[in-house]
Design a protein around this ligand. Structure first.
Ligand SMILES: [Zn+2]
Length: 132
């Protein structure tokens, strides 16, 4: 079982390093207050590249959109949920929801953060329904 993950670069490096401590970071702009994910070299809100920093996500989230995948993928046994997750901080990220019954995951379901370890010590943020 393996999961391919992108190599960190100068923009995404701090984000990936934080996953080693199981900390989910959200990039935030000191100039305009915009929060964004994935990490970028420039703020999507105001275009500044100088005032980008990081805030630690609480881990609270909810399903914004989702689908159940019934085909096998490396590292994922079907059926599994691919979801667009909205963090409490307002940003969206594409992730996996590990639910006992994938077909009961729907829009608005509250989630909590979990981690899927990678062989190199990094981890992928994944989610579990809060009630499980
Ligand atoms: Zn900005």
């Amino acid at each position: 079982m393996s999961t391919e993950a992108p190599e960190p670069d100068e923009v995404t490096g701090p984000w990936w390093d934080a996953t080693r401590r199981r900390v989910l970071l959200v990039q935030s702009c000191g100039a305009c207050g915009h929060a964004q994910h994935p990490p970028r070299a420039l703020c999507v809100g105001c275009g500044s590249g100088r005032d980008l920093g990081w805030t630690e996500a609480s881990g609270a989230a909810e399903v914004d959109a989702c689908t159940v995948v019934e085909r096998a993928m490396p590292g994922f046994d079907p059926p599994y949920v691919v979801a667009r997750v909205r963090l409490a901080e307002g940003v969206l990220l594409l992730s996996n929801v590990g639910a006992a019954d994938p077909y009961r995951v729907g829009v608005g379901v509250p989630l909590r953060l979990d981690w899927r370890p990678l062989p190199d010590g990094r981890a992928l943020p994944v989610f579990i329904p809060s009630e499980e």
